[in-house]
Design a protein around this ligand. Structure first.
Ligand code: HEC
Ligand code: HEC
Ligand code: HEC
Ligand code: HEC
Length: 436
């Protein structure tokens, strides 16, 4: 955390000043699209409306600018961990970047490790340019990338370079940006990590026009004061936004002007079909990898066991029938509808006991533990049933908010009463505060 905080502390303008965009008037404007920190989110889960992100929405944004006047850059950190599912996601993201026409992708230390374990380091460069400050020394991978734009009467060279703040000396930055006589230059520096004082040291050098700090939040942020050089930004996380850096070349002598605006990747952007297909490939790979079988599971306390929702029906027919009419009772079918029924990142909240031994494994093996069944809220039923109802149903129970998180249930907070009323399956009147 400390490390991430350093970019912000130095500059007084905080993350709230998003949306500072100056629409440029001339046709000579160059646009650099910046993304990064996907952290494995290829598409938002779709649990509730209004979610931002999804690779298939990116073309609509990129194609708003003609290819010859744009540059597309990803600053890296493609996935979150190193598990089997992360590897699948990494591979899919690499294909996506290729389809999306990325000019250059920065690979962080974590990305390099995964690319290495997938045997991709050699081949990846044929899909798009890569740069990294963590390459194995023998691979000799570039730390910079330059794209030159020929406009009517001038040439502009945009260079993106990467610097690891924990590997001084800072003088190395000067070597990353080559002077180009007769060409207007724009120098963008991606900071893989941040250390105290780094932003002001880089500012003093006067070479960098735009500095990209590690992301601290999902939303992109403009961290420098308007008009000050360099423009200090962070690109956000989880692909919710695409950052647009517009470069207006100088008329005669002088430096190009830069402006920054984050674009939310909204649900209503037309999805690009090839990328929709790629997501289906991803779901298929997840299915084939049988990931649910491999997830780590806790032992239920006190020798308890799950017995399945139908096992309650005999003694609680009224409750069972009521529950069957509510949306919790078709939570698994919902996942089947969207093709994510074998994705461990989805299944946990849509079934009973995924994280416990004896919990949901598959429709074939544990069909009665599909959906948000009785034991999600009342705990495993074995003791209760053995004692014919004398032993109260017990923990582990989940609270509503364990699944109805702000991300997965945007409307929940503030509407708790309403949600509570919608699940009533019991006879006696009960109030929200009784809920354990
Ligand atoms: C194990 C995770 C989980 C827990 C715990 C949980 N829910 Fe849900 N809930 C879901 C899922 C998943 C859905 C979506 C079901 C579907 O439509 O497929 C849902 C849907 C709902 C809906 C329907 C929303 C609508 O407008 O259609 C209500 C209401 C609801 N839950 C209330 C509650 C309340 C109240 C609690 C706590 C007593 C609770 N839930 C606990 C996972 C959970
Ligand atoms: C943290 C728990 C959680 C996880 C993880 C989760 N869901 Fe959900 N999901 C919910 C809840 C809660 C709802 C009901 C939201 C509401 O109505 O407020 C829901 C609802 C849904 C809906 C129904 C939306 C509608 O009303 O038609 C879909 C589709 C869905 N989830 C898909 C997914 C997919 C795909 C994943 C994995 C990428 C996923 N979920 C992961 C909790 C979760
Ligand atoms: C989303 C969570 C949830 C699910 C799923 C759920 N219940 Fe409940 N149940 C509650 C809540 C909340 C109450 C009311 C308050 C309480 O008793 O904690 C309740 C009350 C009850 C009661 C009455 C308890 C009493 O003290 O009078 C019974 C019996 C019951 N549920 C059985 C079931 C059965 C059987 C199922 C499955 C068919 C089921 N429940 C599914 C949350 C749930
Ligand atoms: C053999 C009959 C029987 C079965 C099967 C049974 N119960 Fe009960 N249950 C009872 C009796 C008896 C009570 C006592 C109070 C009452 O009459 O509602 C009770 C009470 C409850 C209560 C309220 C008190 C408490 O324990 O919190 C809940 C909730 C409940 N049962 C849930 C379930 C669930 C969930 C299942 C399935 C896993 C289940 N029961 C299966 C007989 C049964």
């Amino acid at each position: 955390m400390l490390r991430l905080g350093t970019c912000i502390c130095i500059l007084t303008v905080a993350a709230s000043c998003i949306l500072v965009s100056k629409p440029a008037l001339t046709t000579d404007v160059i646009t650099v699209f910046l993304t990064g920190n996907e952290l494995g989110v290829l598409r938002p889960c779709g649990c509730s409306g209004g979610q931002l992100g999804g690779l298939e929405g990116r073309p609509a944004v990129f194609d708003s600018v003609p290819a010859k006047r744009r540059m597309i850059v990803d600053t890296g950190r493609l996935v979150e961990g190193e598990g089997e599912q992360d590897l699948i996601k990494f591979d899919i993201l690499v294909q996506a970047f290729s389809l999306l026409g990325y000019d250059v992708v920065n690979l962080t230390e974590e990305d390099m490790k995964i690319a290495g374990s997938l045997g991709l380091i050699e081949g990846i460069g044929s899909l798009f340019n890569i740069m990294t400050s963590y390459g194995p020394t023998d691979a000799n991978l570039p730390t910079t990338f330059t794209k030159q734009f020929s406009l009517k009467d001038k040439a502009v060279a945009v260079t993106v370079a990467v610097f690891d703040a924990e590997s001084p000396p800072i003088e190395r930055i000067e070597k990353l940006f080559v002077p180009r006589p007769g060409v207007q230059t724009v120098n963008i520096l991606v900071l893989n990590r941040s250390v105290a004082g780094i932003v002001s040291s880089i500012t003093k050098k006067g070479i960098v026009d735009c500095l990209i700090c590690p992301a601290e939040s999902d939303e992109p942020a403009l961290l420098s004061e308007p008009g000050k050089k360099p423009l200090v930004i962070s690109v956000g996380r989880f692909g919710k936004y695409i950052c647009k850096l517009q470069i207006e070349p100088a008329k005669d002598k002088g430096k190009p002007k830069l402006s920054f605006s984050p674009i939310p990747v909204k649900e209503d952007l037309p999805p690009e079909e090839t990328l929709v297909g790629l997501y289906k490939d991803y779901q298929q790979l997840v299915k084939e990898a049988n990931l649910i079988e491999g997830i780590p599971r806790f032992t239920l306390p006190g020798g308890l066991e799950y017995t399945g929702s139908k096992s309650c029906k005999g003694c609680h027919k009224y409750e069972y029938d009521k529950w069957s009419t509510k949306s919790h009772a078709h939570a698994y079918a919902t996942l089947e509808r969207v093709g994510s029924e074998l994705d461990p990142e989805c299944v946990g909240c849509h079934v009973v006991g995924l994280k416990y031994e004896g919990g949901f494994v598959s429709v074939q093996e544990t069909g009665d533990l599909m959906d948000v069944g009785c034991e999600v809220c009342h705990g495993p039923g074995s003791e209760h049933i053995k004692t014919l109802g004398k032993a109260e149903t017990t923990a582990p129970r989940l609270d509503c908010v364990d699944c109805h998180t702000p991300e997965n249930s945007g409307n929940y907070t503030g509407n708790e009463e309403l949600y509570f009323e919608k699940i009533i399956h019991w006879r006696e009147q009960k109030a929200l505060p009784d809920v354990k």
